[in-house]
Write a protein that binds this ligand. Structure first.
Ligand code: M6R
Length: 366
């Protein structure tokens, strides 16, 4: 059942090229320059007339929502807010029929997300679901939706659900960007072609596995980890830290790299591994100066870089290369080595990777 892999988590990490392909299959039509998503087509007006989009989710799905925020704002120029479902439901959120709420959930059973949906519906918002489990409570409770076709995710640590959620949300953003005139036909096509090439690039990224395992062996006994990223890769830093925490029980924090100097930099010494996502696109020079700040305080730098990078390589203790892609799609690649890093560290520490202590696959209690 684990298909020859030692753990479900590893199997699911390796399934990502196919899971992403299965998620865009039939929807992404690059030759016709079209994205087909009936859940959106039937409700396009709701989306194009919306004042804003509010994304509600928990955990890793919330991180996918944060990535989507950047994507929507660039590709579809729609204002987006991302909320923890548990906070949203207990506030008095100001929402009305002009708002579209997108609920993201792998299991489709998360209690807080389900309650947030019910609240948004009561207030008259249109609610769109992005779920993995067909026929789940959230899939049923939303007005419309689009499934991620990740296949069953058994490992408690979410991996392929995250990358397929980003895939669906990118398709949605593209559809809106085209409908509201933000994207020209040629820009739209460029995105489609690039998204279509992602599974192959994920495949190439998976080839870093042995090298990542080696890095894991060096840092497996660390007491703390910091993860830093900017822009599209800030949520990837949060996701990397969450993954490490939940399966290896090492304390880890994710931060936007520029926030370092507002506090966390005080933590840095020679004992502190810092994972920095430093791909060529987007704030590259800024990230380099962040890396220099860490280095001068003797922090150990593990950098995720674009293939062929030379500048970061000179500064970092370890680098992990990912193929080049357009900036909004980098999270689909940069997240892979971070999944592998947490996996290998957890295995080396003898942790129960697929069923970490205190955690359940779906959180159906508040
Ligand atoms: O099923 P959901 O996507 O609604 O679950 C949300 C979170 O409970 C989930 O992502 C959790 O954070 C994972 N264990 C993270 O790996």
């Amino acid at each position: 059942e684990k298909g020859g892999y030692e753990h479900f988590m590893l199997k699911e990490i390796y399934e990502q090229p196919n899971a992403i392909k299965d998620t865009y299959r039939g929807r992404l039509q690059s030759r016709d320059n079209f994205v087909k998503m009936s859940g959106i087509e039937d409700n396009l007006r709701k989306f194009t007339n919306a004042n804003r989009i509010i994304i509600v989710a928990c955990g890793t799905s919330w991180h996918a929502g944060l990535v989507a925020e950047y994507i929507f704002e660039t590709i579809a120029t729609v204002p987006v807010e991302v909320e923890y479902a548990s906070e949203f439901r207990y506030r008095n959120p100001i929402i009305n029929s002009q708002d579209v709420v997108i609920a993201i959930s792998q299991s489709g059973e998360t209690a807080d997300t389900l309650a947030a949906i019910k609240l948004a519906k009561e207030k008259g918002a249109f609610v769109f679901g992005v779920c993995n489990v067909v026929g789940s409570s959230i899939a049923r409770e939303t007005h419309a939706g689009a499934y991620t076709h990740a296949g069953p995710e058994i490992g408690v640590a979410s991996t392929k659900a995250f990358t397929t959620q980003i895939t669906v949300l990118t398709l949605l953003a593209l559809k809106l960007g085209k409908a509201n005139g933000t994207l020209s036909n040629s820009e739209f096509n460029k995105y489609l072609l690039e998204l279509e090439s992602i599974p192959e690039k994920v495949e190439k990224t998976l080839l870093t596995d042995e090298h990542v395992k080696y890095i894991a062996s060096i840092f497996k006994d660390a007491a703390n980890f910091l993860y830093l990223g900017r822009g599209y890769n800030f949520p990837v830093a949060l996701e990397g830290a969450l993954k490490l925490k939940e399966i290896s029980y090492i304390h880890a924090e994710g931060y936007p790299a520029a926030e370092m100097k507002h506090g966390p930099i005080a933590l840095i010494d020679e004992q502190m591994p810092v994972v920095v996502i430093a791909t060529k696109k987007g704030h590259y020079e800024k990230i380099i100066s962040n890396i220099q700040e860490i280095k001068s305080r003797k922090g150990k730098i593990i950098a995720v870089v674009t293939q062929g990078d030379t500048q970061v390589k000179k500064l970092a203790d370890h680098t992990i290369e990912v193929p080049e892609t357009i900036e909004p799609l980098t999270p689909l690649l940069t997240t892979i080595p971070l999944q592998l890093l947490s996996y290998h560290i957890a295995v080396m520490r003898g942790c129960n990777v697929d069923q970490p202590r205190n955690l359940a696959k779906s959180v159906t209690v508040e």
